[in-house]
Design a protein around this ligand. Structure first.
Ligand code: ADP
Ligand code: MG
Length: 303
């Protein structure tokens, strides 16, 4: 009974009703014939019983809240353990990816200097090298999951510039599925964050929005100042999610895509948390999703 709040309150109310009925019976029907002692000091006995009920309630309240706290603590420890394990695993995978990437990039750099290739080929090599650089950034990001990287210092970042560079990178990806990315960003939105991590955050969120959208739909990205905060919204009219699905976001390996990893949002949540921001999902199945990310504006925070 002490471990179930509903059961406790139910038995408490039942107890109260029974006690009341007993006292009514003693005063009106029994009138002290059988229960002389109780009838002799009705008020005193009533106080006595009420006090014992209050005491019972206090004991329940204390032990229950303590138990809840312990449960929460246990869940947090478990989650931390899981995260640590995944961080180690992804770090190992990221490490393994880095080596082949370095080799391929090396060859591309060689070809780039080779005079037997014409300019248009060399431009393609440059694009490939840029993409490999992004892969390397991302893998090194994975490595930072397991060991915090001191190099990733926060800096004053203009949200507009970063959003433009991220969307121009992603628009060709969106075009593949006939989607469009619209941006609407206010001037003077600056926040304190590491640029690489900020790009990674936006990239993951916008990519998810594009992937959730059907062909022909567009994803809208807005950023504006709201009092001391900069609010970035990524809005799609795609598949949307149920409440349960929204609650599972950020859980490692939670993915509904056949080729998904379910790591993107875990990384996003970590980045947002690291810089003291907030991230909220508003979604309904079939209607699309709005992700709101909020950071304190740079002029409200000292470097
Ligand atoms: P991945 O993209 O590799 O599946 P993520 O962590 O980025 O992993 O996302 C986890 C899951 O959350 C996705 O598989 C998808 O089901 C769901 N999701 C995330 N963003 C959206 C969105 N904008 N609309 C609908 N579902 C989403
Ligand atoms: Mg994703």
């Amino acid at each position: 009974m002490f471990f179930d709040m509903k059961l406790f309150y139910f038995s408490m109310v039942l107890n109260g009703i029974l006690i009341l009925m007993t006292f009514v019976y003693i005063t009106l029907i029994d009138q002290g014939q059988v229960y002389t002692y109780l009838h002799y000091d009705l008020v005193g006995n009533l106080i006595n019983i009420i006090a014992s009920q209050v005491l019972l309630f206090l004991i329940f309240h204390l032990s229950f809240s303590r138990m809840k706290k312990q449960q929460l603590y246990y869940e947090q420890v478990q989650q931390a353990e899981r995260l640590k394990m995944i961080a180690n695993l992804t770090a190992a995978v990221a490490h393994e990816i880095r080596n082949p990437v370095t080799v391929v990039r090396g060859f591309l750099q060689l070809y780039q200097q080779d005079p037997s290739f014409d300019v248009s080929d060399k431009n393609k090599f440059k694009l490939m090298i840029d993409e490999l650089n992004t892969v390397e950034h991302i893998t090194s990001q994975f490595l930072t999951l397991s060991k915090p990287n001191g190099d990733l210092k926060p800096e004053r970042v203009n949200v507009k510039d970063v959003l433009h560079s991220v969307t121009s990178l992603l628009s060709s990806y969106a075009m593949l599925s006939d989607n469009h990315i619209d941006i609407d960003v206010e001037e003077d939105c600056t926040i304190l964050i590491n640029t690489i991590e900020f790009k990674q955050l936006l990239m993951n969120l916008i990519k998810n929005a594009v992937e959730a959208s059907e062909a022909g739909m567009s994803v809208s990205v807005t950023a504006r100042r709201s009092r001391h905060y900069i609010e970035i919204r990524i809005i799609d009219q795609g598949s949307g999610m149920s409440e349960d699905e929204v609650n599972s976001l950020g859980t490692p390996f939670y993915s509904l895509k056949s080729n998904g990893t379910g790591l993107g949002l875990m990384i996003c949540f970590n980045i947002v948390k690291k810089y003291g921001g907030e991230i909220h999902y508003h979604s309904s199945k079939g209607d699309g999703t709005t992700v709101t990310v909020r950071f304190l504006a740079a002029d409200n925070k000292r470097l």
